[in-house]
Design a protein. Structure first.
Lengths: 153, 405
């Protein structure tokens, strides 16, 4: 569980990038940042906490039709702090592009490929993105992304 | 002389240095069909492509379209081996949103059933490892003793495999003193068997020769590739969700986090055996210290609609960290559910770990996939006059079936 001082330490590291703060239940600190800064944020966390201290636990895309955006949430696990923090970004739904972090954290491969295949988020710089990573060909041939809310599968 | 011969030559035999060896996608002993295209230079693995998508069932979409109560039963069907950790993680994610608190007895019983599951899952993986390295009898012995744990799980939950034990705010069944004694009796029979198998894996010269120093992973690589569970702990990184999040009764039940620094296949298997023994002690502690009170919730009184919110639950599944992310806006159905299973990271991101090993070591490294290697070897005959290529087997060249002009 993160102590108050530890949350403060992470906030200090990311001070220049945090737009808004929140908490994902039960106790995961969430930081909203600009999507274009995601690489800087991950590189900074890696540099300050060390290579063996952070791993990417999850990349979650959420299609927010009413807001016209797709949320891309990065769940980063901090091993020394024994907790996961959430880096939240949102990108326009009609042009869903975000820089890839695969070269900084190779563990992002599975999450980025899955999010592209199911939601159509393009991770710029990831050369492994392909349709059919998970989605069967009868769905990909219609050029639809099954986890989008306006799609009937 | 050589240059003269080269000028007069009309044909050239090119032997490609890379062989493509498909492992999967179909094999009886793996849970998810997955294809590993292994590229080998001679015996050495030089590249691995991991092909997925053979068994994607669209569970996340299904969860979004069903109510929380139906979802609870869908989540436990995601994985047969570790179904209780899936339902535990989903149920806790919903409890975080709704603010429900299970009773102390329910929290202990949840841990009991999850730890029984860990024992039988670790026994299964070790049995498959024994089979892969040629110990078929050992495989059968471990599977026979695994039945004891399945029986214990059945006594607690009513289901030998699929437990359906959890419910929002508690559990669905309770145990009495007769059941408690039966399970303690089973654990008493099981303990010497686990200790025997652990000693076998540690001391048997054939097993250690086959597993030791195979598939060594540095802590730095394991962490950067997001690999979790016994793989992480087998490489000396102390990270266990049970110790980090202390969910359910893990803040009250004593246990040790098993860590081994060697990082090879043997270390990972021994981490599993040690964890199984640790789980056995935890089960015993739970049965002896089970709090009184009620554990079963009255399902008729549970809310149909949950408040809006976001939650991220983690659980230590037998294979590592399993996570559920729920975003709920209104009504009786979740807006978004993201399930990230440990194998999602461990298998898909593992391509780097086979490089520079020999083909014969791939099955050992891939123990949880259960491999099946089919090999093809061929040469390419190039007609230098018209530049055409023809693929032939080495056997045909040796038998004189291919005319080289």
């Amino acid at each position: 569980m993160l102590e108050v001082s530890e949350i403060k330490e992470i906030e200090d590291i990311l001070a220049n990038y945090i737009v808004k703060k929140d908490v994902v239940k039960p106790n995961r600190p969430a930081f909203y940042i600009d999507a274009n800064n995601i690489r800087d944020v991950i590189a900074l966390l890696k540099q300050r906490l060390g290579d063996e201290a952070i791993y990417i636990s999850n990349i979650v895309g959420v299609d927010k039709v009413s807001d016209g955006v797709i949320e891309v949430n990065y769940f980063i696990h901090l091993i020394p702090f024994s907790n996961t923090i959430v880096i939240k970004t949102s990108i326009p739904r009609d042009n869903p592009k975000i820089p890839s972090i695969i070269d900084l954290l190779p563990g992002a491969y599975s999450g980025e490929c899955e999010t592209y295949d199911l939601l159509g988020v393009e991770f710029m710089g990831n050369k492994y993105l392909r349709r059919g990573f998970f989605v069967p060909t009868d769905v990909t041939s219609k050029n639809i992304f099954p986890l989008r809310k306006d799609v009937k599968v | 002389m050589e240059s003269e011969a080269a000028e007069k030559a009309t044909s050239l035999i090119k032997i490609p240095i890379t062989l493509e060896i498909p492992i999967g996608p179909q094999h009886p002993a793996i849970h998810e069909p997955v294809l590993l295209k292994v590229y080998a230079d001679g015996e050495e693995v030089v590249g691995v492509d991991i092909g997925t998508g053979y068994n994607h069932r669209g569970v996340e979409k299904l969860l979004e379209n069903n109510t929380f109560y139906k979802d609870k039963f869908i989540t436990s069907r995601i994985c047969g081996i570790c179904n209780t950790v899936h339902e535990n993680c989903f149920v806790r994610a919903v409890e975080y949103i709704s603010g429900m608190e299970p009773s102390a007895r329910a929290r202990y019983l949840r841990v009991l059933v999850m730890e029984l599951e860990r024992i039988h899952s670790h026994m299964l993986i070790n049995a498959i490892m024994a089979e892969i390295i040629g110990f078929d009898t050992l495989f059968m012995y471990i599977m026979r003793d695994r039945e004891l744990v399945m029986k214990a799980k059945e006594i607690v939950s009513g289901g030998r495999v699929l437990a359906e034990f959890h419910m929002f705010g508690g559990v669905r069944r309770d145990i009495d003193d007769v059941k408690k004694e039966k399970i303690l009796d089973i654990l008493k029979k099981l303990e010497p068997r686990l200790k025997y198998y652990r000693r076998l894996f540690e001391e048997d010269p054939t097993i250690t020769k086959r597993l030791m120093e195979i598939g060594i992973l540095r802590p730095r690589d394991v962490v950067s590739h997001g690999m979790v569970g016994p793989i992480l702990r087998g490489s000396g990184v102390k990270s266990d969700v049970r110790a980090e999040d202390r969910y359910d009764a893990y803040n009250e039940v004593p246990f040790n986090v098993i860590v081994k620094g060697e990082g090879d296949s043997l270390a990972r298997m021994l981490v599993r055996w040690d964890e199984a023994l640790e789980s056995l002690e935890m089960c015993r502690y739970i049965l002896e210290h089970l709090p009184s009170g009620s554990a079963v919730v009255d399902e008729r009184k549970l809310p149909r609609v949950f408040p809006a919110g976001e939650s991220f639950a983690r659980v230590e599944a037998p294979r590592g960290e399993l996570t559920y992310y729920i975003q709920h806006i209104k009504g009786d159905k979740p807006y978004r559910v993201k399930v990230r299973t440990p194998s999602f990271n461990n298998i898909i991101n593992s391509g780097f770990s086979y490089l520079r090993h020999s083909i014969a070591d791939v099955p050992v490294i891939l123990v949880s996939y259960d491999p099946c290697i089919s090999c093809m070897e061929r040469a390419i005959v190039v007609d230098l006059k018209n530049g055409t290529e023809k693929k032939v087997t080495f056997r045909d060249i040796a038998m004189g079936k291919v005319r080289l002009r």
